[in-house]
Design a protein around this ligand. Structure first.
Ligand SMILES: NC(=O)c1ccc[n+]([C@@H]2O[C@H](COP(=O)([O-])OP(=O)(O)OC[C@H]3O[C@@H](n4cnc5c(N)ncnc54)[C@H](OP(=O)(O)O)[C@@H]3O)[C@@H](O)[C@H]2O)c1
Length: 256
């Protein structure tokens, strides 16, 4: 049966690959991001290629109450969302005290507040129908504090913890909630975060493949890529202050 997949941040990077993968499976899509022209291009291409229905909702999810607006627009259009992919997010590199407070607030609103509200708004109907689920995109940045990437890493720790707890709350129901933790990935992420490229990068296709596999298996979280899996496991056994220092060094080295 055709399902409807709502993907935030679908205008590029990991979100666009999620859209392409679900389109290949013949699922209908709701695509959300700020870049309306790009979303419409993706929508026309996928509609033509796969004969699916794609609704584009241009929206800035860092605005307060944008989550409610998105939910209401779906409800008014009679769209039942089966899978919600909370993927939109951005980071900001730099010393915490030097970063623009307005941009920091927008990051927190997008990465945490809208993401949480969308879970809260869309999950009840999934629970009612006893099907569907949510993928929240966190990051390997979630596993430790990261100097010079402090707020971003903290927002992703929030996403990971929230998602693991929701996964537990929904155990025993057919509704799946999973956190995806990619490591550095080939997208526009580093450019928009104000930093050049970053050492070894996974492809967004590899990240999405790992995500969809983990989601089918009902995992609470998926760390994509073997190196990322090993690193995110090892940090649990090392002293926290050492890990914070190592993260700062890695960030410095990776961005050269
Ligand atoms: N790339 C990495 O290394 C990496 C690693 C770990 C986790 N992640 C996470 O993966 C997710 C996707 O990032 P990406 O790597 O694919 O980066 P990306 O290529 O920069 O894509 C980010 C997406 O989010 C959308 N977006 C940004 N601000 C938005 C806003 N205010 N409202 C609505 N949509 C917004 C962007 O679209 P518009 O600009 O059109 O709005 C774009 O579609 C993010 O949550 C990121 O934190 C990325």
């Amino acid at each position: 049966m055709k399902e409807t997949i709502l993907i935030t941040g679908a205008s590029g990077g990991i979100g666009e690959v999620f859209a392409r993968e679900y389109a290949k499976l013949g699922q209908n899509l709701v695509l959300v991001a700020r870049s309306e022209i790009r979303l419409n291009q993706i929508a026309s291409e996928l509609t033509e290629k796969f004969g699916i229905h794609v609704k584009v909702i241009p929206l800035d999810l860092s605005e307060l109450n944008s989550a409610e607006r998105l939910f209401n627009e779906c409800t008014e259009a009679g769209i039942q969302v089966n899978v919600l992919i909370n993927n939109a997010g951005f980071g900001l590199f730099g010393k915490f005290v030097d970063l623009d407070p307005k941009r920091l607030e927008e990051m927190m609103l997008l990465n945490m507040v809208s993401l949480s509200k969308l879970c809260r708004l869309f999950l009840p109907s999934m629970i009612g129908k006893q099907s569907g689920g949510v993928i929240n995109v966190a990051s390997t940045a979630a596993f430790q504090g990261i100097p010079f990437f402090a707020t971003y890493a903290a927002t992703k720790a929030y996403v990971l913890h929230l998602t693991e707890a929701l996964h537990f709350e929904l155990k025993g129901t057919p509704v799946e909630v999973m956190a995806l933790c990619p490591g550095p990935t080939q997208t526009d992420f580093f450019k928009s975060a104000g930093r050049g490229s970053f050492g070894y990068l996974q492809t967004p296709e590899a990240v999405v493949e790992a995500a969809l596999q983990g989601f089918r298996l009902g995992k609470a979280n998926v760390v994509s890529g073997m190196t990322n899996k090993v690193t995110s496991t090892l940090v649990r056994f090392a002293p926290r202050a050492w890990v914070t220092g190592a993260a700062a060094k890695l960030l410095e080295r990776g961005s050269k």
